[in-house]
Design a binder for this molecule. Structure first.
Ligand SMILES: CC(=O)N[C@H]1[C@@H](OP(=O)(O)OP(=O)(O)OC[C@H]2O[C@@H](n3ccc(=O)[nH]c3=O)[C@H](O)[C@@H]2O)O[C@H](CO)[C@@H](O)[C@@H]1O
Length: 376
């Protein structure tokens, strides 16, 4: 049995793959401790994982003006000291980082303590903490086709994004039943990543009457901070009722995505991986202010694979037309699904877990090996 510390909080896109890998490691009898942030989205997302061990760690994001950045330096120091103590108390065989500010303190402290560091980058443009920590890592997991300058190719693995085991492709009708919704003719699902996307929520309220006339029901996950929740009722062209369901958060994302005839989503790596797993054709609308525009790169990759479409945020005025055209185009939707099936070849969590086990083994072996005697 190995002890593994996993820094994965701060946003759903880091936390979900941390949970996915931890569940596999725990099933293989390893002991995992997952570091999460104080954010509401972290505590809400982990609620259903009572069988895993979570610890809230200090830290703040590197954003904002000069004062915010000075505060970031202070918080980096406290997160480093917190990590030093944690490493002493827990004595792990390995540290696994999923990016974001929680990774920085733990990555640096692990390096100083001689504990091996493995790092997962989810995005097609590597994030700031991956770029800062690349020299301390013994292993770097990158998305297919992504290079990270200055990292020896021998330590890179292309194992994909670990999707939680519960996120599965199920029949649309079964998914709708599990969500307790009635679908008119088609279902359009809107997801805005773990924080929600206000402009997509507003687009739903502004366009639902028009969608309903075509028999398109809507299920929209609005995000925890966004107030819009409840059900909007409209009458379809045949006189039947069509509804738009707005929920602030879902802990059934596999059902939500599987239920869709078409998904509209931001282009977070986590959402894209789950969309692929659930074989849901999607229009991706990258969040235009994401760091280094990484959501555009993620979305373009998805489109290049023939798995969906990309629409720029500043073309939201054309979204209703795009939806009307695509959601009834069975031939194109089938093509997207087929390409997603091709993309979803491996179980990323299992592959990463096996690789981590071998890194732990190497570390234990190196620790127990006697020092070479001085030659006389
Ligand atoms: C705005 C921004 O910079 N977002 C980044 C953030 O993703 P962010 O957390 O916004 O979004 P992702 O799409 O990557 O992942 C969302 C995760 O949260 C889960 N979820 C979401 C809503 C909900 O109600 N319930 C739920 O469980 C989803 O199932 C998924 O596992 O980190 C990702 C990984 O580095 C990046 O690719 C994103 O670009």
């Amino acid at each position: 049995m190995n002890k593994i510390l996993i820094a994965c909080g701060g946003t759903g896109g880091h936390l979900s793959p941390g949970i996915a890998v931890a569940e596999v490691l725990q099933a293989r009898k390893h002991d995992c401790l997952l570091l999460i942030s104080e954010k509401q989205v972290d505590s809400r997302l982990v609620e259903k994982y009572g069988h895993l061990n979570f610890l809230t760690a200090p830290g703040r994001a590197f954003t904002g003006g000069l004062l915010q950045r000075v505060k970031f330096i202070g918080s980096l120091l406290s997160s480093f000291l917190f990590a030093r103590k944690l490493l002493r108390d827990e004595a792990p065989e390995l540290v696994l980082l999923f990016g974001g500010y929680l990774s920085l303190g733990l990555g640096l402290a692990a390096r100083l303590s001689g504990v091996p560091v493995a790092m997962h980058e989810a995005n097609c443009v590597p994030g700031r903490s991956t770029r800062l920590l690349k020299h301390v890592a013994s292993r770097v997991y990158l998305p297919d086709g992504v290079r990270l300058r200055g990292v020896p190719p021998g330590i890179v693995r292309y194992y994909g994004y670990p999707v939680r085991d519960e996120i599965k492709h199920i029949l649309k009708a079964d998914a709708a039943r599990k969500l307790k919704i009635k679908v008119a003719s088609k279902l359009l699902v809107i997801i805005g990543g773990s924080q929600g996307a206000k402009s997509l929520n507003d687009w739903v309220t502004q366009n639902f009457a028009q969608l309903a006339r075509k028999g398109i029901s809507v299920y929209c996950v609005t995000g925890l901070g966004n107030s819009s929740s409840g059900t909007i009722h409209e009458i379809g062209h045949d006189g039947s009722e069509v509804t738009a369901t707005m929920v602030p958060f879902s802990d059934q994302m596999g059902d939500v995505i599987s239920a869709a005839d078409l998904v509209i989503s931001r282009a977070g790596a986590g959402s894209i991986a789950e969309i692929i797993r659930c074989r849901a054709p999607a229009i991706l609308i990258p969040y235009p202010y994401a760091a280094d525009d990484h959501q555009h790169a993620n979305a373009r990759m998805h489109e290049q694979h023939g798995a969906g479409m990309v629409l720029d945020h500043d073309r939201l005025d054309t979204l209703a037309d795009e939806v009307n055209e695509l959601i009834f185009n069975d031939a194109l939707l089938a093509k997207f699904k087929l390409n997603m099936e091709r993309l979803d070849r491996f179980n990323s969590s299992e592959r990463i877990a096996s690789d981590l086990e071998s890194l732990c083994e190497d570390y234990v072996l190196a620790r127990t090996q006697p020092e070479p005697e001085d030659k006389v």
